[in-house]
Design a protein around this ligand. Structure first.
Ligand code: G1P
Length: 287
């Protein structure tokens, strides 16, 4: 069956980005002129995933407002003749999105479990919104092509410097050609000396429905949270899982440096901003 559903966990506190995230969701931080979450949602829609499920929490209502109609704004744009902007606003508010809440901050695995009543019994995609991926072919489309062949869970992975593996879920995999690995094990946030490889899981997953039963049974792991990586380890006992080393550049926009880098790269590509920004950057005479 074709994948239809995309789950976006968006209940986290954004502690890496305080103080701006004290009263505003990190998912609403602007990447040039669109909130981070919109990039992920557009990637999902571009890949044919039409049912978007957002897992939010307290203090996240700005996300719902963003994807809602704003009659006042539409009226003003129409009156002032801003047709392009109006069309863009309508595209955003026409997306079909369901919301559910993660009521306690019990981890990524628990957030995914909150989506169960909306996903039911079918395979689904997961997008971590602070991972911004700039790729010639959307990363989820690259993963869907593998899913169509393999019919099992697929993880997006990328090589990271060894000393940074403690920030990620890390796979042990057997190369299967064309950037694909048959996953043998996964470990959440290992110390560099314990890590099975330098292939880190990067914010995009395709998961099969048995993950939910496993998540129900998964105890708190790293940092006292229910970890999705631990549940994927459980999935490996019964099912094949593949990891795809995708083509594209990744920015960790939940991190201040990654966010600034993403903003510069994305703005440089914009015809309305790029040339002047490039000129300005030249004046900085960076060492
Ligand atoms: C989460 C996952 C981790 C993954 C990472 C990718 O960690 O638990 O396995 O590698 O996202 O960004 P977090 O960054 O939420 O601590």
């Amino acid at each position: 069956m074709k994948l239809r559903k995309a789950v976006f966990p968006a209940a986290g506190f954004g502690t890496r980005f305080l103080p701006v995230t004290k009263a505003s969701p990190k998912e609403m931080l602007p990447l040039v002129d669109k909130p981070l979450i919109q990039y992920g949602v557009e990637e999902a829609v571009a890949c044919g995933l039409r049912e978007i499920i957002l897992i939010t929490g307290r203090g996240k209502s700005a996300i719902e407002d963003h994807f809602d109609y704003s009659l006042e704004l539409d009226t003003i744009l129409e009156r002032r003749g801003h047709r392009d902007l109006l069309e863009e606003m309508r595209k955003i508010s026409n997306m079909s999105i369901c919301y559910t809440r993660q009521k306690e901050p019990l981890g990524l695995g628990h957030a995914i479990l909150c989506a169960r009543p909306l996903v039911h019994d079918e395979a689904f995609a997961v997008f971590l919104g602070d991972e911004v991926l700039d790729a010639p072919i959307p990363v989820m489309a690259q993963m869907l092509a593998v899913y169509e062949r393999q019919g099992c869970s697929i993880l997006a992975v990328q090589r990271v410097p060894r000393e940074q593996v403690f920030r990620y879920g890390v796979i042990e995999g057997e190369p299967a050609g064309n950037g694909l690995y048959r996953v043998r094990d996964v470990v959440e946030k290992p110390q560099p000396e314990e890590a099975p490889s330098d292939l880190a899981i990067i914010g995009r997953y395709i998961l099969t429905p048995p993950i939910f039963d496993i998540l129900e049974q998964t105890p708190a792991g790293k940092n006292g949270e229910i970890q999705l990586t631990d549940a994927i380890r459980g999935l490996l006992r019964d099912q094949a899982v593949y990891a795809l080393e995708f083509e594209g550049q990744r920015f960790d926009a939940g991190d201040k440096l990654g966010f600034l880098q993403a903003n510069i790269v994305f703005a440089l590509k914009r015809p309305d901003l790029g040339p002047e920004l490039r000129q300005f950057l030249r004046t900085l005479r960076l060492g």
